[in-house]
Design a protein. Sequence first.
Length: 110
Amino acid sequence: MITEYRRYRCAPDDAPDLEHRFRHLAAPLFAAHGFRVAGAWTPARTGTAGDFLYAVHWSDTQAMAEGWQRFRDDPAWQRGRRHPRYERLRPEITSTAWRPADFVGPAGRR
């Protein structure tokens, strides 16, 4: 298993619309496409508004690539992202896939 961490960074003024897009458009589509979302986070301290992080569990990198392709090809996503509230959003996206370390946490307990 791998966990993909995705970080979205946008202008602080765009943060409410980005969060709205995830809550009302992306998250329901993630569920429909079988994404196993481990969690989502917004900054705990001031001065970092505009950052949004979430994690998705995948069986492997091929499943991750195929899942994202199905999501991007979904007509509901293509239509929804063109909604006037969202169409101007151009967040900087960083995606990194991680595998569990065997020396700490649940993966390291034998």
